[in-house]
Design a protein around this ligand. Structure first.
Ligand code: GRF
Length: 192
């Protein structure tokens, strides 16, 4: 992997986000070379990108109905990433499952962070599901994204205890604190 110097890995990162963008913020704070942010809806991640001077592209998902054309939407996301010469895709709370074309375009080069210890609690409601199951420990997982959601090879995991009185919000906030450290660290290791 080419490097500018001994410490700064050079690989053009595109971040996909749909939420508040706290993981994006942590990745930017970590000095990782993010060249573009793509969001699928109006969300806080856009302001986080703009505050850092990183271009944010809204590739709006027009429908969440059964008629959603996933392949066509994936092509639009791919176009936005390719416009910025992205080499590594980093999903940080992206709410749309993308189709095969993105995996073909970025083979083994799509990372994701998930707020549970996979393979436990895959899916969009991982924190609620862990709480409902009554587990005493959950956590977060950084993994390679594959076509099968939340199933790719695990790169890093860290446990987070579930405390008495936790709500989904308090537990998710504690998990995110760990993600904010673990995700940038793992991305850095991956690209170096
Ligand atoms: C993170 O907990 C991530 O694991 C999950 O969505 C959340 C994104 O939060 N997939 P944010 O938008 O980065 O604050």
């Amino acid at each position: 992997m080419p490097r500018k110097d001994d410490t700064v890995p050079v690989m053009r990162i595109g971040v996909l986000a749909s939420g508040g963008g706290s993981n994006l913020e942590a990745i930017l704070r970590g000095g990782l070379p993010v060249v573009a942010v793509v969001v699928d809806r109006a969300c806080g991640a856009t302001a986080v990108a703009e505050a850092a001077g990183v271009p944010a592209e809204l590739v709006r998902r027009e429908t969440f109905d059964a008629d959603f054309d996933r392949a066509a939407y994936t092509e639009r996301v791919l176009d936005a990433l390719q416009l910025h010469g992205v080499e590594l895709v980093v999903m940080a709370g992206f709410g749309t499952i993308l189709d095969k074309q993105i995996h073909d375009a970025f083979p083994g080069r799509i990372l994701n962070t998930h707020p549970a210890l996979l393979p436990s609690f895959p899916g969009w409601h991982a924190v609620d599901d862990a709480l409902a199951a009554g587990v005493k420990v959950t956590g977060c997982t950084v993994h390679l994204a594959t076509l099968e959601v939340d199933s790719g090879p695990i790169l890093a995991q860290e446990a987070v205890p579930v405390l008495d009185g936790d709500t989904a919000e308090t537990l998710h906030e504690r998990i995110k604190e760990v993600e904010h450290r673990l995700y940038p660290e793992t991305i850095r290791q991956f690209i170096s």
